[in-house]
Each structure stands twice: as structure tokens, then as C-alpha cells.
Design a protein around this ligand. Structure first.
Ligand code: GDP
Ligand code: K
Ligand code: MG
Length: 300
């Protein structure tokens, strides 16, 4: 029968790499829809987020991880160990390098530690739109001298160049077995979580100079109304009163514009009109509170 489990393949693919190499952009490009948020800011991705895509009768479950870097704060340590646990739990590991940055200290440390991960590995050189081809080949060679990669891809997650070939190879590389998720599911994150993440992305984009990354967003209520629209209430948590003022802006101008951008994007994803209500609250030291990481889905 079509779709019988003996003919299908299914597996977990972890995307590992330094902050800002383009892991989240690639997950969205492979899925073909936004399932995880992207920004120029490091540590945008905090937990393991799964994007799901079907290709050639294979269900590929992409695990977007927080970037790997030398952790100092407690939240940072939790994020880095979460990233590595994502690699150990996967069937396959995609190692991303920023082709322009090459093997810098961060990439060097990650490659060193990856040599101890037994799973098959695929090397992905991303951001090829930013460098000439000769440099790429030298980088591919240098990385392949460090350990065995099953394949090497040179892609631009941003433009989509090379992404289809990578998806096809992933489909062939995951193990035989039945699908883990329904065929139409693109993410394991509930919509209310994605909606909160989208607001966080807009905060980062508008306030990347002024606001440190200690802010978090929660969806408090999600109510479907008779006219098919959705009313969503979210709270933005910051650590200090001064940060609350920054998020609000003069006369509430900043939060208004964050809300407008977020509402537009959430509405595109849910496909119905959205009424978004944002609140800003100060919650001191949440960055050091282990219960907060648990709510965000981090392991530590
Ligand atoms: P992550 O931290 O590894 O998840 O990286 P993100 O996906 O958040 O991307 C970090 C930044 O790199 C964002 O500004 C992206 O738009 C940018 N970026 C990602 N992929 C590419 C690419 O292929 N080319 C270029 N030029 N920029 C990219
Ligand atoms: K980022
Ligand atoms: Mg990310």
C-alpha cells in the first residue's frame, strides 16, 4: 500500500554550529515555511525546535539547536548542553560552517568536539553568496581533513541555493521506518509558542542595540472568536524597569510597532485575522531561575 511503513524513512537530523552560521534560516528553508526565528543576534534560538518536512517518502525531522559557544552565564551553559544533547539524540548531524568566517576559533572547537560524536555527519558550508568559489573548495578540504563527513554541501540558506539537493540527500540518509508525525505537520512547537517566538524576534530586530538578550515572551491566552479571528495576549518579560521603558518606547511607540509587525506575521501563519495584545512586565533575575529554562524546553 502507498505509504506503508516498510517503504518510508524517518529520522532526526540535528543542525549544529556556532551562533549565527544560519542554522535557523536553513531549517526554515528546508521546511519551506517559517518554523523557527532568525536574527543577527546570537543566542536567538534557545531551545531545540523541530521543523518537519517530507521528501521522497522520507520524513525528515530537523532539530534546530542553540549555537555552540563558550558558555559563561547559567542560561548560556544550559543552551550549549541542549545543543550537544540534540546532536547525540539525532540519527544524523549536519555541521554548519559560515563559509565567510571559515574555521575560526569557535568552529575549531566545535569540530574538535564533534569528532567524539559517532553519528554520520554531513558538512554544510553556508553563506556561499558571500565568498568566491576558490575559497570554498579550500575550506571544504580543510574541514574534511578533520573528520569523516558522508557528504559536503555548499549552500546559501538565505537564497535557497543548494537547499533542494541537501533535502534530497537527507531524505536518502535517514533510516527506514514509519513517520513520527502526521504528514501535514511542519513543527512540533504549538502555534502559541511560535507566536511568542515571533514577537521575541521582532523585539530583537527593533531593539538589538538597546536591549540585551534577557527578554522572553509568553502567550497567555489564545481565543478563537465567532468571526474566525483570534485574540492573543502575550507578556514580554524583562529583567529591569529600565528595560521595560525601552520596550515601551516614547508614548508606547516601540511596543506598538513591535506588536504591529508580530501581529501581521502571526496572522499570515494562522491564516485568519489576529488581534494581538502585548504586556510588558519586570521579572528580576529570570535568567538565573532554572524553572524558567524548563518552561522554555531547555535541558541542563
Ligand atoms: P543561527 O544563529 O545559526 O540560527 O543563524 P540564523 O539563522 O539566525 O542567521 C543568522 C544571520 O545570518 C541572519 O541575519 C541571517 O539572515 C543570516 N544568514 C543565514 N543564512 C545566510 C546565507 O546563506 N547568506 C547570508 N548572506 N546570510 C545568511
Ligand atoms: K541568530
Ligand atoms: Mg538559531
Amino acid at each position: 500500500a502507498p505509504g506503508a511503513s516498510s517503504e518510508t524513512r524517518c529520522g532526526f537530523v540535528a543542525l549544529i554550529g556556532a551562533p549565527n552560521v544560519g542554522k535557523s534560516t536553513l531549517v526554515n528553508a528546508l521546511v519551506g515555511s517559517k518554523v523557527t526565528i532568525v536574527s543577527r543576534k546570537v543566542q536567538t534560538t534557545r531551545a531545540l525546535i523541530r521543523g518537519i518536512v517530507i521528501e521522497d517518502n522520507a520524513q525528515i525531522i530537523l532539530v534546530d539547536t542553540p549555537g555552540i559557544f563558550s558558555p559563561k552565564r547559567r542560561l548560556d551553559r544550559a543552551m550549549v548542553s541542549t545543543a550537544w544533547s540534540g546532536a547525540h539524540d539525532a540519527d544524523l548531524v549536519c555541521v554548519l560552517l559560515d563559509a565567510k568566517a571559515g574555521i575560526d576559533d569557535e568552529a575549531d572547537a566545535i569540530l574538535g568536539k564533534l569528532a567524539t560524536v559517532a553519528h554520520p555527519k554531513i558538512l554544510v558550508l553556508n553563506k556561499i553568496d558571500l565568498i568566491p568559489r576558490e575559497k570554498l573548495l579550500a575550506l571544504a578540504q580543510a574541514a574534511n581533513e578533520r573528520m569523516k563527513f558522508e557528504h559536503t554541501f555548499m549552500i546559501s540558506a538565505l537564497s535557497g541555493d543548494g537547499v533542494d539537493d541537501l533535502r534530497k540527500t537527507l531524505a536518502r540518509s535517514v533510516p527506514a521506518g514509519p513517520f513520527h508525525y502526521p504528514e501535514d505537520q511542519m513543527s512540533d512547537a504549538p502555534l502559541r509558542h511560535l507566536a511568542a517566538e515571533i514577537t521575541r524576534e521582532k523585539i530583537y530586530r527593533q531593539l538589538h542595540q538597546e536591549l540585551p538578550y534577557q527578554s522572553t515572551v509568553e502567550t497567555d491566552t489564545w481565543t478563537e472568536r465567532k468571526d474566525k479571528s483570534v485574540r492573543i495576549e502575550q507578556t514580554i518579560f524583562v529583567e529591569r524597569e529600565s528595560q521595560r521603558k525601552i520596550v515601551l518606547g516614547k508614548g508606547g511607540a516601540t511596543i506598538k510597532s513591535i506588536g504591529a509587525e508580530s501581529r501581521k506575521e502571526i496572522a499570515e501563519i494562522v491564516g485568519v485575522p489576529v488581534h494581538l495584545f502585548l504586556f510588558v512586565k519586570v521579572r528580576e533575575n529570570w535568567g538565573d531561575d532554572p524553572d524558567r529554562y524548563r518552561e522554555m524546553g531547555l535541558e541542563f
